[in-house]
Design a protein around this ligand. Structure first.
Ligand code: C5P
Length: 232
């Protein structure tokens, strides 16, 4: 499994995202499609981007009862994406149902990655609203282990957590890490950030990079720089 840069295409319309992707003529980036674009444009946007030769991480973070998640994954399976995710908080039965729903007749399936605790959740909100009193790092590692034991392929986590996830769950368990900035970038709303080169050092398998590429003056050059720093 090679390292790669996934570009978070957080656009709200088909026109915007396709105009952005038109910039890339040679190497086609791995693209992350999130809720905003998917809910605005529906499944056809996934097909169109796929037809242009991009690999796709469909970031819809499913979380519901096992039967519903299995049926939803069965529908999404036919979009033939490369990576998809769900919340580890759905617990083992839901995680296994998600895997079952994704399984194709030939036994293959996209990579299934778990969301542990959202990075917008902190110790205070977890204790207050979720009544979880353990240290948040311990909770994140526990969710990662539950996901691994259910058969998932990895977790979304901050680059700062990637090393520990590999220590807890093995180096083959994938870490997909947002929160990446070039050395001279503003952090924006991301609090805990790393450069692509630091994420590589720490052993992230995939970095998810949005605004440092989508809002760069030259997005292709920014993407190439991220690739060079992260993949080499
Ligand atoms: O623009 P930026 O590089 O911050 O984009 C990061 C992407 O990763 C966004 O699509 C964001 O929703 C996603 N993400 C994140 N933190 C998480 C999970 C996903 O920033 N914990």
């Amino acid at each position: 499994m090679g390292r790669d840069v996934i570009v978070a295409c957080d656009f709200s319309s088909k026109e915007e995202v396709l105009a952005f992707l038109d910039l890339f003529q040679e190497k086609k980036p791995y693209v992350k499609i999130g809720m905003e674009l998917f809910y605005a444009e529906g499944p056809s946007i996934v097909r169109q981007i796929k037809e242009r030769g991009h690999r796709i991480f469909l970031d819809l973070k499913l979380h519901d009862i096992p039967n519903t998640v299995k049926s939803a994954m069965r529908v999404l399976r036919d979009l033939d994406v490369d990576m998809i995710n769900c919340h580890a908080a759905g617990t083992t039965a839901m995680l296994k149902a998600a895997l079952e729903g994704l399984q194709k007749e030939d036994g293959s399936r996209p990579l299934l990655i778990a969301v542990t605790q959202l990075t917008s959740t902190d110790q205070g909100s977890m204790e207050r609203d979720l009544l979880i009193e353990k240290p948040i790092d311990e909770v994140v590692m526990h969710y990662a282990k539950v996901s691994r034991d259910a058969g998932l392929d990895g977790v979304v986590c901050s680059p700062l957590e990637a090393k520990r996830v590999h220590e807890c769950c093995g180096t083959k368990f994938l870490t997909v890490t947002p929160g990446v900035r070039f050395a001279e970038n503003e952090k924006g709303d991301q609090k805990r950030v790393m450069t692509p080169a630091q994420a590589r050092e720490i052993g992230s398998d995939y970095i998810v990079v949005g605004r440092p590429i989508t809002r760069a003056e030259d997005p292709v050059a920014a993407y190439e720089r991220a690739l060079k720093e992260f993949v080499g």
